[in-house]
Design a binder for this molecule. Structure first.
Ligand code: G4P
Length: 288
């Protein structure tokens, strides 16, 4: 089943961002650390030019730390881009972000000249959570329904930084259906836009290939079943997702597996890794 998810009016959002980007010093792009590529809006990069840019890899608490380190390295290959893993729910994690904003706009951050920062990202990556944690109070609505931020907000953090929360909604690239399935697996896409059993089977296949040990440990399996379908069935049996007659209810079982994955009960899991780069070779053809 094709996943279709269009959480808002992107044309308008783009105009607003294009206009605002000229008036800020630093852009904070919030991404989901578990899937930094699929949780980004690729068109946004066209607006970047040389603007100092921070990629916040949020929900770091749920992501595989080694994979997150690889993403940081990957993003920081670009000039003027810094990447910062964090859990936006954790105040201590967000402190280095303020420092980084000031470092990236050294002429600002003085009384009367705050660093002007814009926060952007697709729905559910944690923008509202980040803004609330930075502000130390509840300003932006947090929720798992897409597009809850509807009006522009200027928030003076009173520490030399002013935040602009973009009102419009950006959406990810739905042409890339693998990416859409990864987003659905992460919980970013509302249940109405997807078939949860299909997403559960996708997640099962991914976990079997990438994190078999976590699956076997969590569900007490001596070995993995041969197919994702049978894995979902085994998980359903384990978690008591049964229909009449003792059969496993596969939809409920798939949803249970997704819930466990999204809440971190299986362990810290990343759904995508940066593509490997070819290392430059020296004249003898050996890697530098
Ligand atoms: P948005 O503004 O970009 O749309 O995202 P929002 O802050 O509303 O966050 C979406 C969901 O992600 C919320 O969960 C929020 O709590 C969760 N979240 C945000 N940052 C982090 C993080 O660093 N780690 C983890 N594990 N979760 C994070 P929710 O279930 O919709 O809301 P709630 O029940 O937590 O209030």
């Amino acid at each position: 089943m094709t996943i279709r998810w269009f959480p808002g009016h992107m044309g308008k959002a783009f105009e607003q961002i294009q206009d605002l980007i000229k008036r800020v010093d630093v852009v904070i792009e919030v991404l989901d650390a578990r899937l930094p590529h699929s949780s980004s809006n690729h068109k946004l990069q066209e607006l970047r030019r040389s603007k100092p840019w921070i990629k916040v890899l949020n929900k770091h608490d749920l992501a595989d730390p080694a994979v997150t380190r690889a993403w940081v390295k990957e993003f920081e290959r670009q000039s003027g881009v810094r990447a910062l893993p964090m859990s936006a729910k954790n105040h201590a994690d967000t402190k280095p972000l303020i420092k980084l904003c000031k470092t990236m706009a050294p002429k600002r951050g003085k009384p009367g000249f705050p660093v002007r920062v814009m926060v952007v990202g697709i729905p559910n990556v944690g923008k509202s959570t980040l803004i609330n944690t930075l502000a130390g109070r509840s300003l932006a609505k947090v929720g798992d329904r897409p597009a809850v931020t509807t009006t522009t907000q200027m928030i003076d953090l009173k520490n030399g930084v002013v935040l602009n929360d973009t009102p419009g909604v950006l959406w990810p690239d739905m042409e890339d259906q693998d990416g859409a399935y990864r987003l659905a697996t992460s919980g970013a896409i509302g249940a109405g836009a997807m078939d949860s059993a299909q997403v559960g089977f996708f997640a099962a296949a991914f976990l079997m290939a990438r994190y078999p040990g976590l699956l076997m440990g969590r569900y007490g399996l001596a070995e993995l079943p041969p197919t994702p379908h049978e894995l979902v069935e085994a998980v359903g049996r384990r978690l008591g997702c049964l229909a009449g007659g003792g059969e496993v209810d596969l939809t409920r079982a798939a949803e249970a597996l997704l819930r466990e994955l999204r809440s971190g009960k299986l362990g810290r899991i990343s759904l995508e890794e940066p593509k490997p780069h070819e290392e430059p070779c020296d004249a003898a053809g050996e890697e530098a």
